[in-house]
Design a protein around this ligand. Structure first.
Ligand code: DQA
Length: 142
């Protein structure tokens, strides 16, 4: 089974970006940790990060015939990108939204997700473990 794991804007700066909120692991370290996790051993994972909304949408379009499982941390796009929402819906991806931090206990603007309604589940506040929780949701609903 193939799952794509997408990280949006500013997540390339993990490790140095507000470590008190997002932790001290870099994105590469998190991706390696996910790859090596027991539950991922029989999965075909592909990782993608971009700071550009359009590049993420193009990536989802390019994968739509090949993959239909997605774990996505859309970063701030979560809170306003109807274009990303439509891309997830339009490509028929079975998606789980994940956030390292608990977006419901931060600034008010972070409480809103325009992505949530096109996802199977929303995982928040578990740090990098949240990616594994998201993968488990996909495995349970496949
Ligand atoms: C985030 C939460 C978003 O509000 C923020 O814009 C991010 C990271 C998280 O993983 O907690 O870039 O998605």
């Amino acid at each position: 089974m193939k799952i794509i794991i997408v990280n949006g804007p500013n997540l390339n700066l993990l490790g140095e970006r507000e470590p008190e909120i997002y932790g001290s692991d870099t994105l590469d370290e998190i991706n390696d940790w996910i790859k090596n996790h027991d539950i991922c051993q029989n999965l075909d994972l592909e990782f993608f990060q971009s700071n550009s909304e359009g590049a993420i949408i193009d990536f989802l379009h390019s994968k739509r015939k090949e993959v239909n499982h997605l774990v996505i941390n859309p970063g701030a796009l979560t809170h306003y990108s109807y274009a990303l929402r439509d891309a997830i819906a339009g490509t028929n991806m079975k998606a789980v939204e994940i956030h390292l931090s608990d977006i419901h206990n931060r600034e008010n603007f972070r409480k809103i997700s325009v992505i949530k309604s096109v996802c199977l589940a929303q995982v928040v506040g578990e740090g990098k473990q949240g990616y594994i929780t998201a993968i488990k949701h996909i495995l349970e609903t496949k």
